[in-house]
Design a protein around this ligand. Sequence first.
Ligand code: PGA
Length: 243
Amino acid sequence: MKVIVRDNYDEVSKEASRLVEEKIRENDELVLGLATGATPLGLYENLIDSYKTRGISYENVKTINLDEYLGLDKNHPASYHAFMFETFFKHIDIELNNTYIPDGVPASAEEECLRYEAVIDHVGPVDLQILGIGTNGHIGFNEPGTDPNSLTHVVELNASTIENNAHFFQSIDEVPTHAITIGIQSILKSDQVILLASGKSKAKAVKTLLESERNVNPDFPASYLWTHDDVTIIVDKDAYQLV
Ligand code: PGA
């Protein structure tokens, strides 16, 4: 696991953007694994800028997102479909048909999980997966206790996750209680992983992650990243302060 420490959130976002840009220059048919949440917003802003000013094109790029809330239609403003469209996809030249996100209102959640895992295998494998980290160590919506062999599945969100994500909704009562997320095993199928963390609120999670090499365990799902051989963590000083 490689660790890159930068001064602040802006520098973390720039570094991540530089790495993604480099990968697209190497392979214009890159399959990018994308994340939602507050952390990757700066990365997306930088990538939009590199598209507009340096002509980095997404015409042949495919994206596969980590998760979606169950019960939210893609037109719901807090859905991850809407998040991705508003913060990234509508600003670049990507084909929306080449962007994959689990369906939040499937006829059968079980079948949607199987369908989405097949997307990961057939559209993918993901060349570069972007991850955030939850304060409880979750990656995607793989909450503590998740099986390391898990594929795409339905999860019940932890109280801390619901609380952390409430700011995207009018009130905490509107945050869905369940989601579809790709599993730990699905994440580990990626060729390369970049995990971003910023701010004091992530310092404990970053410390636990970096100390978990000899204690890979389901109570801290991000620890499974130690079993992958190409993971880069990009953090700012605030998130690195306890290490
Ligand atoms: P955040 O979420 O980027 O909104 O902090 C990260 C995560 O929960 O994975």
